[in-house]
Design a protein around this ligand. Structure first.
Ligand code: ADP
Ligand code: MG
Length: 288
């Protein structure tokens, strides 16, 4: 089915008043917006048409994907409304007031292992849902994982389907374009050998590593060195002082997700069965 605006689409853009900026990316600025009639708050992604010229399909794609996945899962941001003016395209989402996972990791230094496992389990279950819908997110990273509210135990939400793709179910259509954020990109993306759902599992491995120690596994001085490290799977659970309180079962989860060959990497369902996520019991160093 061809991508089109959601059923709630409207051509009356002055129903919202935009406020402070919540964040920004390559093509978009996300602003707080209040629906004038109801007084309800939303997050409004404002996309400049001129900047997007020739790439309008990316926004149509994002809307099509959101129509497929949002509302179906409580950990995926919901698209409420979509409209355009002469200069801009507007996507109105549920407002997540709790900020990005990225900022919480930076503020904490790192997460306690049991808290990290709970977050990773929740995100992985949402990834499993997305994959079952035939969609690859392709840009999973802590900047695109948002907390619904400011509470410590707030729901975590997957946002930013701007780079996601609908995969033809059984046809295993392989994507070859280079996309994403270098540090979270899987080796097969650089090898241009085609990629699909496993790239999201790789990114989950990088995110888990980051949660547990507070830095990313393939961080290097240059992007070229970073890419070479990713292709070689060159990372370690070092320096030791950052990893001494992390269990072997947590490390084995990261190792599984960071399997170089995508065919041998666990699926989201398999990852959810990993010992680290399968039980609610925290794994302490002593039990390894
Ligand atoms: P881009 O494609 O430009 O990266 P995103 O959809 O990731 O756009 O939005 C950019 C930033 O805006 C996010 O990293 C986040 O900080 C903020 N943001 C996006 N959606 C929401 C939302 N629903 N609620 C609150 N903040 C949001
Ligand atoms: Mg983003």
């Amino acid at each position: 089915d061809p991508p089109m605006a959601p059923a709630t689409s409207t051509t009356v853009p002055c129903q919202y008043r935009t406020g402070k900026t919540l964040g920004s990316g390559t093509y978009a600025i996300v602003k707080e917006a209040v629906h004038i009639k109801t007084g309800k708050y939303y997050a409004c992604k404002v996309i400049n048409k001129k900047l997007m010229e020739g790439r309008e399909y990316m926004v149509r794609n994002e809307i099509a994907v959101l129509k497929r996945v949002s509302k179906g899962h409580k950990n995926i941001v919901t698209l409420h409304d979509y409209f355009e003016t002469t200069h801009n395209l507007y996507l109105c989402f549920d407002l997540c007031t709790g900020g990005e996972l990225f900022d919480r990791i930076c503020a904490k230094g790192n997460y306690f292992e049991a808290d990290a496992a709970n977050l990773v389990r929740t995100i992985m279950a949402a990834v499993d849902y997305i994959h079952d819908c035939g969609i690859v997110h392709r840009d999973l990273k802590p900047e695109n994982l948002l907390f619904r509210d400011k509470r410590e135990d707030a729901d975590i939400m997957i946002a930013d389907f701007g780079l996601s793709r609908v995969m033809e179910e059984e046809k295993l259509q392989l994507l070859t374009e280079i996309c994403g954020t270098p540090g979270y990109m899987a080796p097969e993306i650089f090898k241009k050998s085609g990629h699909g759902k496993p790239v999201d599992i790789w990114a989950m491995g990088v995110i888990t590593y980051f949660l547990l120690c507070g830095y990313t596994p393939f961080d290097r001085d240059t992007q070229e060195q970073e890419m070479q490290a990713i292709i070689a799977g060159d990372y370690a659970f070092e320096p030791a002082e950052y990893w001494q309180n992390v269990s072997e079962v947590a490390k084995s989860f990261v190792t599984d997700c960071l399997t170089i060959d995508p065919r041998n990497r666990p699926t989201a369902k398999e990852a959810l069965q990993h010992k680290w996520l399968a039980s609610d019991q925290p794994h302490f160093v002593a039990d390894t």
